[in-house]
Design a protein around this ligand. Sequence first.
Ligand code: PHE
Ligand code: ZN
Length: 874
Amino acid sequence: MSTPSITRLADYRAPEFLIEKTYLSFDLNEAYTDVSSKLSIVSNPQSGKTSDLFLHGEQLELLSLAINDQPLSSADYQISREGLTIYNVPEQFVLHCKTRIYPDKNTALEGLYRSSGMYCTQCEAEGFRKITYYLDRPDVMSEFETVIIADDNAFSVMLSNGNCLSDSVVDGKRIVHWHDPFKKPSYLFALVAGNLDCLEDSFITQSGRNVLLQIYTEAKDSDKCDFAMQSLKKAMRWDEEVYGREYDLDRFMIVAVDDFNMGAMENKGLNIFNTSCVLAHPKSTTDAAFQRVESVVAHEYFHNWSGNRVTCRDWFQLSLKEGLTVYRDEEFSADMNSRAVKRIEGASFMRNVQFVEDAGPMAHPVRPDSYLEISNFYTMTIYEKGAEVVRMLANILGPENYHKGTDLYFERFDGQAVTCDDFVACMEETSGKDLHQFRLWYSQAGTPQLHISDSYDAERQQYHLHVRQHTPETPGQPLKQALHIPLKITLYGEQGAQDLIIEGKNYGEETVLDICREQQTIVFDNITEKPSPSLLREFSAPVKVDYDYQLQQLQQLVLLDSDGFCRWDAVQNLMGRVLHEAIEGDSKEPTQDALIQSLKRLLQNFSAMDMGLLACLLDLPSEHYVASRYEKADPAAISQARTHLQHQLALALEPELLACYQALAGEVAGLSAEAMAARSLRNRALGYLMCIDKAIYRGLAEQQFLHAENMTDQFAALKAMVHAEHAHIEAQHALQAFYQQWQNDALVVNMWLQVQATKPWGDVLRDVRALLEHPAFDKRNPNKLRAVIAAFANQNFSQFHQLSGEAYQFLAEQIADIDQRNPQIAARLLTPLTHWHQFIAPYGQLMKAALDSLSQHELSKDVYEVLSKSLVEN
Ligand code: PHE
Ligand code: ZN
């Protein structure tokens, strides 16, 4: 293929033309759709004059083109692969354009496509240009009117953004007319036509307006929308109370579709959701999936302000909406559930996934400065690290100034397309803080490392904390500057938390230190004994910390720290040390003992604890995280050490685990926080017990599988059996029974596929190949690809990293095939192979060989970008 061109932030220019009004009409026919547009175009007074108009457009059949009702001749314009240039246009005119598209043939799921018969759209980031010729860029905001035309009775619902103006039948055609009064960029356009059921409710906003809420699904799923509806109402209330943001339209709609590249999409007034992020029912949905529905519903709703009312100037500013909205949804979930658990999940995700991305060939800043394909930049860095950057601002400014800053941001930029810098400037203005250095977080990639050491001066009663920061180089950024890092700390002594007195000022028991220099020392006065520092409390910054704790200090933090994240971090630290010693062939008893004793104490007191937190404390660090601690990792050694540790812990804690499992047997059903916490702890205990080869535990799992009242317990039992090598027979029966029971529920079938693809023993590659042939599999459906191929490559470390390299080749072959239909998904599947640098021979070389063989194929821009960046030697 010809080398795709690079888009650079430095080349940003304001649009030469604006589109004041957009009229669209969609004529839906069985074989094709005709799209007519009428665009009121004016040249942009803010930009230099040009008389040639370029409109984006891809894979379109142009039927007709006219300016001010004058048809254009072929000499008046030119069509390329990227779009349409019209020569010599006036300063202000109306463009009429008619294009034909083929939604049935659209397998990329971008633009207008069909999913289980229903028409739906996905326009972010650059999908609108596959619908009609347009200025498909977020800084062109327009008022949209949309007419949808289809045979009468063909569809029960025909939806678009905003308010419905009319719905009528003329000559056997149904014509539905929509109007969205708010200006928006084309990426927020949406259209849906299908035969759908609807759950309705309403919400009274803080100013007393009544909003109609609707969730549309296929009839078979209509009993699975209640939870999403409740989540939506909670989110609407929360945004009013916490951010002072009220909903603006009279109607808010959600549509669930089976085939969707991502989780969900915030189209104005008409959100479109992957079924996996909206449907939920206790019988068929796990607690984790319920939580996901709650957070994604909230996330998309919150975009109405952070994204839609105030949008991005260009796609380099993507984190402006995504980072802020993720931070908002994380805080919402923390308020609705256990704050400590939510924070641990966030921190763990950052470490296991984002830190890995930041250390690989695709590392990029929160505001990237170039891309080939923007779809490749919907990443952990843009979303999760972007959210951490907003969280740091809230930490540095304090809640009051932070909220003054967001109020100013929403008010000042309402109806505009703006930049990350505009956001930070609001924070600066309302707080009076200098955020000059802080802005580096947007432009500098890589995970900073804090090296912390300390010393205690008994005579002066002074404690010194020495902090050194360093950010490793990333592609294209060899030199890094010191960042402004908020480090939240507490100092624990024998008597508990000490008062923190710095330069004569008493900050109480917890404070946020502003770490701004490459090296700095903080001196605490009136410290009467050498303390244990509790560092990076609540994961106050997305950094790695190393401090050489003594085992005893870690034990103390595990048991007594008032911050859940730090307790978890202390256990992870202990587990990490045990694993490291085992990998180095140098296991030390005291380390393992310290870990076991700590966990034992916790388990003996489980009923007095936040059980959800305890469940997190029992989690082992992921193989990916362990691997990331080495210059070159040996995957086999890592898997082996981890499996061994799990087994050792199960044996050492067996009585406590069993007692805990049994005590929680009669726990309450339902979705209360306590019920979910108890289930998570109980199922963690079962997972450990199933590492022990005993009939009694197989029996427990089997009983739980057969009698479970909810999917959380049923699936946990299934997984425990399938993943335990010694439960082979029981697992076979359970897998069959599970499929029998759930074969008509696509989302549950995905879990059934996934549990097999992630099995840590046996010839799983062979099983995975067989699953691809199973009638339940569908290579066109992204959820199925994620359940089998992505799960195998990302969540089955030991089976993916085989000495033969066969699994790497398998993945490359699958990507080449998928790329022909759905480039976005294909590019995402490539991630695990891009980390080949991280692994010792022959693994690293075999991974690279798989990449090389993929490069022999005809590739999309999406896959090409990831592949070419990861093949660079360094
Ligand atoms: N903007 C969506 C969200 O995060 C994600 C998305 C991006 C969906 C691109 C589809 C395509 O809320
Ligand atoms: Zn989003």
